[in-house]
Design a protein around this ligand. Structure first.
Ligand code: SF4
Length: 176
């Protein structure tokens, strides 16, 4: 047994692989065409323990794409140009859910503050860099299905506690 096979956040939860935000697995699918790779997650994908998913791409949006934020309370997603992209975000969330069911995934590691993947926080819909408590659209769909979702930051902290992690991004940063 090696270090990657022990239990803990972001590792296999008894049944099926975990889902990870594709940008955390090194796929350049963020709105600006960049990635945010976390080496332990990249490795898990390589080893067949994790499946990368990008809800926004699965919802039919291009990369790069217009930056978007959720308007909390309204449950709708708008680009900075005022275009309502809720339908694509919802479609992407449903595709992620379908994949989670097919793979029997019970755990996901998602990118904090994204309007799709945010776990505890999202931007407030004003494009002013203000952060509020909330969940991304895909995260909400997984949680409603009983699937546990942890953020990349929680995952990184868990890795650090076990003394075997690769430090991830610290503190708030653009995460859409
Ligand atoms: S945070 Fe989620 S929706 Fe945004 S690029 Fe990463 S995987 Fe795609």
């Amino acid at each position: 047994m090696n270090g990657q096979e022990r239990g803990g956040p972001g590792e296999q939860d008894g049944t099926g692989p975990i889902l990870v935000s594709a940008c955390l697995a090194g796929i350049a699918c963020r709105f600006d065409g960049s990635a945010r790779p976390l080496e332990p997650l990249v490795r898990m994908v390589r080893e067949g323990k994790a499946i990368p998913v990008c809800p926004e791409v699965l919802g039919g949006l291009p990369t790069p794409r217009a930056i978007a934020e959720i308007r909390p309370g309204k449950g709708r997603v708008f680009t900075s140009r005022g275009e309502d992209v809720t339908e694509a975000f919802t479609r992407g969330a449903q595709e992620v859910l379908r994949l989670a069911r097919a793979a029997r995934a019970r755990l996901a590691v998602f990118k904090e503050r994204s309007p799709s993947c945010g776990v505890h926080q999202v931007y407030d819909g004003t494009f002013q860099g203000r952060i509020v408590p909330g969940r991304g659209i895909a995260t909400a769909a997984l949680v409603a299905e009983g699937i546990k979702v942890v953020s990349d930051e929680e995952f990184t902290k868990g890795q650090g506690r076990e003394g075997r992690g690769t430090p991830g991004p610290a503190g708030p940063e653009p995460s859409r």
